[in-house]
Design a protein around this ligand. Structure first.
Ligand code: AMP
Length: 122
């Protein structure tokens, strides 16, 4: 899938639409999800134009990848998600219902999050 520079996270990165920023590093940005599904629900995105996890893993530099991993951990700590534990989730492509075609990792926390995924047929 080609990167669409008009996706909503690209607009946030360009400052065209606002976000509730939590953390910023050289190559990454973290902000609150607009429609939170748990008391803590933050998104962490790379600043580079990567559609999803596969794209990022294949094409991002080692520096970008290291920065992103650290930004996710730092962000979880900043919002206090590390205290009770948290879940990281990154939807990648059609099977995962990825809505925004710019890599993002969700950080969910602040409550018990239940089972990871429903089994087929449930
Ligand atoms: P996904 O299904 O993994 O692609 O999730 C996309 C996420 O982006 C959803 O949880 C949305 O609530 C969130 N989202 C969409 N637009 C915005 C926005 N302008 N600011 C913050 N979060 C957003």
């Amino acid at each position: 899938m080609a990167y669409d520079p008009n996706n909503v996270f690209a607009k946030i990165l360009r400052g065209e639409i606002p976000c509730k920023k939590v953390h910023e590093s050289a190559h990454s940005l973290a902000f609150h999800d607009i429609n939170p599904l748990s008391p803590i629900h933050v998104l962490v995105i790379p600043k580079g134009a990567y559609v999803g996890f596969d794209d990022f893993a294949a094409k991002a530099s080692a520096e970008e990848q290291a920065d992103y991993v650290k930004a996710i951990g730092d962000t979880a700590r900043l919002v206090g998600a590390d205290e009770g534990g948290y879940r990281l989730l990154s939807n990648c492509g059609v099977n995962a219902n990825q809505e925004v075609p710019h890599l993002h990792v969700h950080i969910f926390g602040g409550r018990r999050l239940g089972r990871m995924l429903k089994k087929d047929g449930e």
